[in-house]
Ligand binder design. Structure first.
Ligand SMILES: [Fe+2]
Length: 243
């Protein structure tokens, strides 16, 4: 089955609509979401309402948990904290209930879905290098773990014979049976890999591949909406840089 995996939408409705149009064209049968529906951007309720009826499986991100008041904002930078407080004031009761209903991890189609890291999914770690990835592989059993959080897509492969872990930024990954994989999914609404286009992942478990997809969207409109909401201008500007 072909599946679309979305992560880190961050209240960017323009990016989300462009991605969903592309998902439609791809023929994917399911949409999965790795969290951070909200935060940073100006359209939290719209993004939740758009995704809620169409996602098959989803987990909570740190921003989703923060805007519901379930973690303190002390670990957030000032712009992120300001956006989280603003989001908390405009969330509808239905949106808040949906975010509060999200689990922290889900097993789906043989894969583990988690926003940040499988070892401590409530600690919101980033998996930044091969040594950290090697330790993460010891904490889950599945052959594939899909994470978001970093906003910089990539994949770690653990070789089942040699024990070697290799990192790749190639846009297409072959899921060979000798490997186990920890894959960082692109961000829909706030990419930080230097490519400002919206991103998501296609996953074909039958054929055994993953493919990063990038999509142009109306970035100026998303930026303007952030400015109009009175959110920090930096949150709009960074969309242009993809950083
Ligand atoms: Fe995020």
């Amino acid at each position: 089955m072909l599946r679309a995996v979305l992560s880190d939408i961050h209240s960017n409705l323009e990016a989300l609509e462009a991605v969903l149009a592309d998902v439609d064209r791809s023929g994917a049968s399911e949409i999965l979401c790795l969290g951070d529906f909200v935060g940073y951007g100006a359209s939290p309720n719209e993004c939740i309402e758009r995704l809620r009826p169409i996602v098959t499986a989803a987990v909570a991100g740190n921003h989703d948990v923060a805007v519901c008041g379930r973690i303190r904002l002390g670990s957030f930078g000032s712009n992120a904290a300001q956006a989280a407080r603003w989001t908390g004031t405009i969330l509808t009761p239905q949106s808040q209930a949906y975010l509060e209903s999200l689990p922290i991890t889900v097993r789906h189609a043989g894969a583990l879905l988690v926003h940040s890291s499988p070892s401590e999914p409530r600690a919101w770690h980033y998996v930044l290098e091969v040594g950290e990835a090697r330790a993460e592989f010891e904490t889950f059993m599945e052959s594939l773990c899909l994470v978001g959080h970093l906003h910089r897509p990539g994949a770690y492969r653990l070789d089942g014979v040699t024990g070697q872990v290799v990192y790749s930024r190639e846009p297409e990954i072959a899921l060979d049976p000798q490997g186990r994989f920890l894959v960082i999914v692109p961000s829909v609404g706030q990419p930080r890999d230097g490519d400002p286009r919206a991103g998501y992942l296609l996953w074909d478990d039958g054929r055994g591949w993953l493919r990063q997809v990038r999509v142009d969207y109306d970035l100026a409109a998303a930026r303007q909406r952030i400015l109009d909401a009175g959110l920090p201008p930096f949150l709009g500007d960074r969309l242009q840089w993809g950083e």
